[in-house]
Design a protein around this ligand. Structure first.
Ligand code: NDP
Length: 448
């Protein structure tokens, strides 16, 4: 059987089995398209059942989360945890709290996580979880009661050597504190390694908060070096204004770039003088406000409803850091026509398959999320190491390790792309490098 027919036949089966899961199918399609050249080079692996196994989660847990809101009314949400692949280590991946969460989104995120974790070179399998609970507009008490109800079920399935959750959209320091605290209470053990992204006072790691955004910009620096460019004086557009976006903006500014715009789900702000990050941090990290309130502090900036239009702003570098599917073909066309040279994904699959194709065809250097946003989970891995060793590294130590890991991820993806005669295609490079590592471990461990 040829590589193309093998990959296509497995994909057809995945489509049939997961027909109502568009996000999961898009993630699988992106991965599988890159793997045709891999199986062309390694036809001996076609009969090993590797693709068939790697797309099937080891376990998908779906549970009821019942809690009481401030008015005394019972609320019921759906909780999920996918334990996707443990070939390389305990399942590892964040929890997302957002009304859009369903099995398809959790499976797409879990699937991506497997290969992302492999690229970090740290011993972590892949998992992901969350709930359709919306923390927006909820009181601290409501968020706490929800987190406790969620953890009362999740605790059965996690552990420092089993499955280690962390944050994602809607899950920051507050939520992790409530989740971890409740785990500790009902299990009566203080196993810090069961969660990452913890507060610094109870086992968290320095740089974890900044890690995904900083790591993204370290990755972009390496991309720029390869096209004889540097960040200094470049114009950058960043979507989102959450954890990833804020620290991507911070690092880009530290390295001399000018960040023109950022957004939330209502729209984007444009500040030709460069975004004032202190104001954004105060609005988003402290007040949990809306991005348009930036104008109350900087009247010369402008607010534009409709977050996707952020890609119409001419810039050298675009960093989508909000959510999946936020940069489509039309937005890619605008970025290309306006001379954008580099795009790197801070979010998970923010760029649609059509947009990615357009970037690759039009020689916009493209950093896929699996590689470019792996700094968060890499630093989670460093947090687990510190918890096991029962010591804490300094900010400089963790930051240096993060930078080195991002550089190695870049080198691995680039080297693999070169080996497959498509040297600027980091999608191909990251997908093949991540897949090969997981697939070889699965093969060595027998048919499981
Ligand atoms: P946060 O919840 O901290 O922030 C998400 C941000 O995106 C918010 O500003 C939110 O605005 C905004 N947003 C949501 N939907 C849209 C939209 N349609 N258009 C524009 N903005 C939107 O999440 P994170 O920063 O942690 O995560 C962002 C992305 O990065 C996700 O894809 C996540 O999976 C990925 N990621 C996160 C990692 C981490 O360490 N946190 C690690 C690797 C990847 P609003 O408040 O209006 O909803």
């Amino acid at each position: 059987m040829s590589a193309t027919s093998y990959v296509q036949s497995v994909y057809t089966q995945v489509q049939r089995r997961n027909a109502d899961e568009p996000e999961f199918l898009a993630a699988v399609k992106e991965m599988f398209d890159s793997l045709i050249p891999y199986f062309e080079k390694h036809p001996e692996q076609i009969g090993e059942g590797l693709l068939e196994r790697v797309v099937e989660p080891e376990r998908l847990i779906h549970f009821r989360v019942a809690w009481v809101d401030d008015s005394g009314k019972v609320q019921v949400n759906r909780g999920f945890r996918v334990q996707f692949n443990s070939a390389l280590g305990p399942y590892k991946g964040g929890l997302r709290l957002h009304p859009s969460v369903n099995a398809s989104i959790i499976k797409f995120l879990g699937f991506e996580q497997v290969f992302k974790n492999a690229l970090t070179t740290l011993p972590m399998g892949g998992g992901k979880g969350g709930s359709d609970f919306d923390p927006k507009g909820k009181s601290d008490g409501e968020v706490m009661r929800f987190c406790q109800a969620f953890m009362s079920e999740l605790q059965r399935h996690i552990g420092a050597d089993i499955d280690v959750p962390a944050g994602d959209i809607g899950v920051g320091g507050r939520e992790i504190g409530y989740l971890y605290g409740y785990y500790k209470k009902i299990r009566d053990i203080h196993t810090q390694g069961v969660f990452t992204g913890k507060g610094l006072g109870y086992g968290g790691s320095l740089v974890r908060t900044q890690a995904t955004g900083y790591g993204l910009v370290y990755f972009v620096e390496r991309m720029l070096q390869d096209v004889q460019m540097e960040l200094r004086n470049k114009t950058v557009v960043v979507s989102g204004s959450g954890n990833v976006a804020i620290y991507a903006i911070e690092k880009a500014q530290q390295l001399g770039a000018k960040v023109l715009a950022c957004s939330d789900s209502e729209g984007y702000i444009l500040d030709h003088n460069g975004i004032n990050l202190d104001i954004v941090k105060e609005l988003k990290e402290v007040k949990r406000g809306r991005i348009k309130e930036y104008l109350d502090h900087v009247p010369t900036a402008s607010f534009h409803p409709g977050s996707m239009d952020i890609w119409s702003i001419p810039c050298d570098i675009a960093l989508p850091c909000a959510t999946q599917g936020e940069l489509d073909g039309k937005s890619a066309r605008l970025l290309i026509d306006n001379g954008c040279k580099v795009v790197a994904e801070g979010a998970n699959m923010p760029t649609t398959l059509e947009a990615t194709e357009l970037f690759l065809k039009n020689h916009v250097f493209f950093g896929p999320g699996k590689a470019a946003n792996a700094g968060g989970v890499a630093t989670s891995g460093l947090e687990m190491s510190q918890n096991s060793l029962r010591l804490s590294w300094t900010f400089e130590e963790v930051d240096a390790k993060l930078k080195e890991i991002m550089s190695k991820i870049y080198d691995n993806a680039k080297r693999t792309a070169e080996a497959f005669d498509d040297p600027m295609n980091l999608v191909l490079g990251a997908n093949i490098a991540g897949f090969e590592k997981v697939a070889m471990a699965m093969k060595a461990q027998g048919i499981l």
